[in-house]
Write a protein that binds this ligand. Structure first.
Ligand code: NAD
Length: 252
Protein backbone atom coordinates (compact mmCIF):
# COMPACT_ATOMS: atom_id res chain seq x y z
CA UNK A 1 0.00 0.00 0.00
CA UNK A 2 1.31 3.43 -0.94
CA UNK A 3 -0.64 6.36 0.52
CA UNK A 4 -1.02 9.47 -1.64
CA UNK A 5 0.10 7.31 -4.56
CA UNK A 6 -1.64 9.25 -7.32
CA UNK A 7 0.88 12.11 -7.48
CA UNK A 8 4.55 13.07 -7.16
CA UNK A 9 6.80 10.86 -5.02
CA UNK A 10 3.98 8.43 -4.18
CA UNK A 11 3.18 7.89 -7.85
CA UNK A 12 6.80 7.05 -8.72
CA UNK A 13 7.02 4.73 -5.72
CA UNK A 14 3.94 2.87 -6.93
CA UNK A 15 5.46 2.72 -10.43
CA UNK A 16 8.85 1.40 -9.25
CA UNK A 17 7.20 -1.22 -7.01
CA UNK A 18 4.87 -2.30 -9.84
CA UNK A 19 7.89 -2.66 -12.14
CA UNK A 20 9.28 -5.11 -9.57
CA UNK A 21 6.03 -7.11 -9.79
CA UNK A 22 4.60 -6.05 -6.45
CA UNK A 23 0.81 -6.09 -6.23
CA UNK A 24 0.30 -2.45 -5.35
CA UNK A 25 -2.69 -0.65 -3.83
CA UNK A 26 -2.68 3.07 -4.54
CA UNK A 27 -4.36 4.69 -1.53
CA UNK A 28 -5.92 8.01 -2.44
CA UNK A 29 -8.85 10.16 -1.41
CA UNK A 30 -9.66 10.90 -5.07
CA UNK A 31 -10.83 7.91 -7.08
CA UNK A 32 -10.75 9.96 -10.29
CA UNK A 33 -7.10 11.02 -9.88
CA UNK A 34 -6.08 7.53 -8.79
CA UNK A 35 -7.81 5.94 -11.79
CA UNK A 36 -5.95 8.32 -14.15
CA UNK A 37 -2.62 7.48 -12.48
CA UNK A 38 -3.38 3.75 -12.53
CA UNK A 39 -4.12 3.91 -16.26
CA UNK A 40 -0.81 5.69 -16.89
CA UNK A 41 1.08 2.97 -15.02
CA UNK A 42 -0.77 0.26 -16.93
CA UNK A 43 0.27 1.92 -20.23
CA UNK A 44 3.89 2.21 -19.16
CA UNK A 45 4.40 -1.16 -17.48
CA UNK A 46 1.44 -3.37 -18.37
CA UNK A 47 0.90 -3.86 -14.61
CA UNK A 48 -2.41 -3.58 -12.81
CA UNK A 49 -2.43 -1.34 -9.75
CA UNK A 50 -5.46 -1.35 -7.45
CA UNK A 51 -7.24 1.56 -5.81
CA UNK A 52 -7.85 1.93 -2.07
CA UNK A 53 -10.09 4.81 -1.01
CA UNK A 54 -8.53 6.61 1.94
CA UNK A 55 -8.88 10.16 3.25
CA UNK A 56 -6.08 10.51 5.74
CA UNK A 57 -7.48 13.71 7.22
CA UNK A 58 -10.30 11.62 8.66
CA UNK A 59 -8.62 9.30 11.13
CA UNK A 60 -11.81 7.29 11.78
CA UNK A 61 -11.92 6.51 8.06
CA UNK A 62 -8.28 5.34 8.12
CA UNK A 63 -9.19 2.74 10.76
CA UNK A 64 -12.27 1.60 8.80
CA UNK A 65 -10.38 1.40 5.47
CA UNK A 66 -7.50 -0.50 7.08
CA UNK A 67 -9.88 -2.97 8.72
CA UNK A 68 -11.74 -3.47 5.43
CA UNK A 69 -8.43 -4.06 3.64
CA UNK A 70 -7.19 -6.51 6.28
CA UNK A 71 -10.48 -8.43 6.09
CA UNK A 72 -9.64 -9.19 2.42
CA UNK A 73 -6.87 -11.49 3.74
CA UNK A 74 -4.38 -10.14 1.20
CA UNK A 75 -0.78 -10.22 2.46
CA UNK A 76 0.42 -6.79 3.51
CA UNK A 77 4.17 -6.75 2.99
CA UNK A 78 4.99 -3.13 2.21
CA UNK A 79 3.44 0.04 3.60
CA UNK A 80 4.66 3.38 2.29
CA UNK A 81 3.32 6.28 4.33
CA UNK A 82 3.79 8.97 1.72
CA UNK A 83 0.75 11.29 1.70
CA UNK A 84 1.50 14.76 2.94
CA UNK A 85 0.48 18.40 2.75
CA UNK A 86 2.28 21.67 3.44
CA UNK A 87 1.10 24.97 4.83
CA UNK A 88 3.38 27.99 5.14
CA UNK A 89 2.77 30.75 7.71
CA UNK A 90 4.46 32.28 10.77
CA UNK A 91 3.45 30.62 14.05
CA UNK A 92 1.47 33.61 15.37
CA UNK A 93 -0.88 33.55 12.39
CA UNK A 94 -0.80 29.81 11.62
CA UNK A 95 -4.45 28.74 11.15
CA UNK A 96 -5.40 26.15 13.79
CA UNK A 97 -7.36 24.06 11.30
CA UNK A 98 -4.29 23.87 9.03
CA UNK A 99 -2.10 22.82 11.98
CA UNK A 100 -4.57 20.01 12.77
CA UNK A 101 -4.71 18.85 9.12
CA UNK A 102 -0.92 18.85 8.64
CA UNK A 103 -0.43 16.86 11.85
CA UNK A 104 -3.26 14.42 10.97
CA UNK A 105 -2.16 13.74 7.38
CA UNK A 106 1.64 13.92 7.77
CA UNK A 107 1.99 12.21 11.16
CA UNK A 108 -1.05 10.70 12.89
CA UNK A 109 -2.18 8.81 9.78
CA UNK A 110 1.21 7.00 9.72
CA UNK A 111 0.75 5.99 13.37
CA UNK A 112 -2.66 4.52 12.54
CA UNK A 113 -1.63 2.71 9.34
CA UNK A 114 1.47 1.35 11.11
CA UNK A 115 -0.37 0.11 14.20
CA UNK A 116 -2.99 -1.55 12.00
CA UNK A 117 -0.48 -3.11 9.57
CA UNK A 118 2.04 -4.43 12.10
CA UNK A 119 0.12 -7.48 13.40
CA UNK A 120 -0.27 -8.76 9.81
CA UNK A 121 3.42 -8.16 9.03
CA UNK A 122 4.58 -9.77 12.29
CA UNK A 123 2.40 -12.82 11.63
CA UNK A 124 4.02 -13.07 8.17
CA UNK A 125 7.57 -12.62 9.61
CA UNK A 126 8.33 -10.02 6.94
CA UNK A 127 7.42 -6.42 6.29
CA UNK A 128 8.67 -3.06 5.17
CA UNK A 129 7.33 0.22 6.50
CA UNK A 130 8.72 3.25 4.69
CA UNK A 131 7.81 6.70 5.94
CA UNK A 132 8.32 9.52 3.48
CA UNK A 133 9.50 12.19 5.90
CA UNK A 134 11.63 15.13 4.70
CA UNK A 135 14.81 17.04 5.43
CA UNK A 136 12.31 18.89 7.59
CA UNK A 137 12.31 15.78 9.78
CA UNK A 138 15.97 16.57 10.50
CA UNK A 139 16.29 20.36 10.34
CA UNK A 140 13.87 23.29 10.44
CA UNK A 141 12.90 26.21 8.21
CA UNK A 142 10.91 29.28 9.14
CA UNK A 143 7.14 29.43 8.59
CA UNK A 144 6.73 25.64 8.47
CA UNK A 145 5.95 24.90 12.13
CA UNK A 146 3.31 22.23 11.55
CA UNK A 147 5.23 20.50 8.74
CA UNK A 148 8.55 20.50 10.62
CA UNK A 149 6.87 19.27 13.82
CA UNK A 150 5.02 16.53 11.92
CA UNK A 151 8.11 15.37 10.00
CA UNK A 152 10.33 15.34 13.12
CA UNK A 153 7.52 13.33 14.72
CA UNK A 154 7.47 10.94 11.76
CA UNK A 155 11.24 10.35 12.07
CA UNK A 156 10.68 9.63 15.79
CA UNK A 157 7.82 7.24 15.03
CA UNK A 158 10.10 5.50 12.49
CA UNK A 159 12.80 4.92 15.11
CA UNK A 160 10.35 3.56 17.70
CA UNK A 161 8.73 1.25 15.12
CA UNK A 162 12.19 0.03 14.07
CA UNK A 163 13.16 -0.73 17.69
CA UNK A 164 9.90 -2.51 18.49
CA UNK A 165 10.37 -4.75 15.42
CA UNK A 166 14.17 -5.05 15.59
CA UNK A 167 14.26 -8.82 16.15
CA UNK A 168 11.66 -9.55 13.45
CA UNK A 169 11.62 -9.57 9.65
CA UNK A 170 9.82 -6.25 9.69
CA UNK A 171 11.88 -3.09 9.12
CA UNK A 172 10.87 0.54 9.34
CA UNK A 173 12.81 3.44 7.83
CA UNK A 174 12.26 7.04 6.78
CA UNK A 175 13.25 8.71 3.53
CA UNK A 176 14.08 12.40 3.85
CA UNK A 177 14.02 14.24 0.52
CA UNK A 178 15.20 17.78 -0.01
CA UNK A 179 13.42 19.76 -2.74
CA UNK A 180 11.52 17.58 -5.22
CA UNK A 181 9.61 19.34 -8.00
CA UNK A 182 6.09 17.97 -7.35
CA UNK A 183 2.78 19.87 -7.04
CA UNK A 184 3.55 20.34 -3.30
CA UNK A 185 6.72 22.31 -4.13
CA UNK A 186 5.45 23.94 -7.32
CA UNK A 187 2.96 25.82 -5.11
CA UNK A 188 5.90 27.20 -3.09
CA UNK A 189 7.81 28.19 -6.24
CA UNK A 190 4.71 29.97 -7.59
CA UNK A 191 4.18 31.79 -4.28
CA UNK A 192 7.82 32.92 -4.30
CA UNK A 193 7.57 34.17 -7.89
CA UNK A 194 4.48 36.20 -6.99
CA UNK A 195 5.92 37.53 -3.72
CA UNK A 196 9.22 38.61 -5.34
CA UNK A 197 7.68 39.59 -8.69
CA UNK A 198 10.16 37.41 -10.57
CA UNK A 199 9.82 34.67 -13.21
CA UNK A 200 9.15 31.05 -12.25
CA UNK A 201 12.69 30.19 -13.45
CA UNK A 202 14.25 32.84 -11.17
CA UNK A 203 12.06 31.80 -8.23
CA UNK A 204 13.13 28.17 -8.76
CA UNK A 205 16.81 29.14 -8.79
CA UNK A 206 16.38 31.16 -5.62
CA UNK A 207 14.48 28.38 -3.85
CA UNK A 208 17.26 25.88 -4.60
CA UNK A 209 20.12 28.25 -3.80
CA UNK A 210 18.74 28.97 -0.31
CA UNK A 211 18.96 25.33 0.82
CA UNK A 212 20.20 22.78 -1.69
CA UNK A 213 23.94 22.99 -2.54
CA UNK A 214 23.61 20.70 -5.57
CA UNK A 215 21.21 23.28 -7.13
CA UNK A 216 19.24 20.28 -8.41
CA UNK A 217 15.89 18.83 -7.45
CA UNK A 218 15.87 15.24 -6.23
CA UNK A 219 13.56 13.34 -8.60
CA UNK A 220 10.56 11.21 -7.62
CA UNK A 221 12.15 8.39 -9.66
CA UNK A 222 15.30 8.46 -7.49
CA UNK A 223 13.16 8.32 -4.36
CA UNK A 224 11.05 5.45 -5.75
CA UNK A 225 14.23 3.49 -6.40
CA UNK A 226 15.45 4.10 -2.84
CA UNK A 227 12.14 2.69 -1.58
CA UNK A 228 12.66 -0.39 -3.78
CA UNK A 229 16.16 -0.82 -2.33
CA UNK A 230 14.77 -0.69 1.23
CA UNK A 231 12.34 -3.47 0.23
CA UNK A 232 15.12 -5.66 -1.19
CA UNK A 233 17.02 -8.36 0.74
CA UNK A 234 19.98 -5.94 0.94
CA UNK A 235 17.78 -3.76 3.17
CA UNK A 236 17.17 -6.53 5.75
CA UNK A 237 19.18 -4.86 8.48
CA UNK A 238 18.60 -1.23 7.61
CA UNK A 239 16.47 -0.23 10.60
CA UNK A 240 15.33 3.11 11.93
CA UNK A 241 17.33 5.29 9.54
CA UNK A 242 16.26 8.70 8.31
CA UNK A 243 17.89 8.51 4.89
CA UNK A 244 18.29 11.92 3.36
CA UNK A 245 18.41 12.44 -0.40
CA UNK A 246 18.76 16.18 -0.36
CA UNK A 247 21.59 17.45 -2.59
CA UNK A 248 23.68 18.27 0.49
CA UNK A 249 20.99 20.31 2.33
CA UNK A 250 21.62 18.72 5.75
CA UNK A 251 25.39 18.43 5.26
CA UNK A 252 25.76 22.19 5.78
P1 NAD B 1 2.15 15.74 -3.94
O1 NAD B 1 1.29 16.91 -3.57
O2 NAD B 1 2.46 15.46 -5.36
O3 NAD B 1 1.53 14.41 -3.32
C1 NAD B 1 0.91 14.37 -2.08
C2 NAD B 1 -0.03 13.19 -2.06
O4 NAD B 1 -0.70 13.15 -0.79
C3 NAD B 1 -1.13 13.32 -3.13
O5 NAD B 1 -1.34 12.05 -3.71
C4 NAD B 1 -2.35 13.72 -2.32
O6 NAD B 1 -3.57 13.35 -2.91
C5 NAD B 1 -2.08 12.98 -1.02
N1 NAD B 1 -2.90 13.50 0.07
C6 NAD B 1 -2.92 14.76 0.56
N2 NAD B 1 -3.88 14.86 1.50
C7 NAD B 1 -4.46 13.63 1.60
C8 NAD B 1 -5.51 13.09 2.38
N3 NAD B 1 -6.21 13.84 3.22
N4 NAD B 1 -5.83 11.80 2.24
C9 NAD B 1 -5.17 11.02 1.33
N5 NAD B 1 -4.18 11.48 0.56
C10 NAD B 1 -3.84 12.76 0.69
O7 NAD B 1 3.46 15.94 -3.08
P2 NAD B 1 4.84 15.12 -2.97
O8 NAD B 1 5.88 16.13 -3.02
O9 NAD B 1 4.86 13.95 -3.87
O10 NAD B 1 4.74 14.65 -1.45
C11 NAD B 1 4.78 13.30 -1.05
C12 NAD B 1 5.44 13.22 0.31
O11 NAD B 1 6.81 13.64 0.18
C13 NAD B 1 4.81 14.14 1.35
O12 NAD B 1 4.74 13.48 2.59
C14 NAD B 1 5.79 15.29 1.43
O13 NAD B 1 5.75 15.93 2.67
C15 NAD B 1 7.10 14.58 1.19
N6 NAD B 1 8.18 15.44 0.75
C16 NAD B 1 8.09 16.15 -0.41
C17 NAD B 1 9.17 16.98 -0.77
C18 NAD B 1 9.13 17.79 -2.02
O14 NAD B 1 10.06 18.60 -2.20
N7 NAD B 1 8.19 17.63 -2.90
C19 NAD B 1 10.28 17.05 0.04
C20 NAD B 1 10.33 16.32 1.21
C21 NAD B 1 9.28 15.51 1.54
Amino acid sequence: IVTGGNSGIGYETVLELAKKNARVFMASRSEEKAKEAIEKIKKETGKDVEFLCLDLADLKQVKKAAEDFLSLKIPLDILVNNAGIQYVSPIETFPIGQWDDVLAINLSSAFHTTRLALPRMRANHWGRIINIASVHGLVASTNKSAYVAAKHGLVGLTKVTALETATTGVTCNAICPGWVLTPLVQQQVDAKATALNVSIADATKQLLSEKEPSMQFTTPEELGELAVFLCSPAGNNVRGVAWNMDGGWTAQ
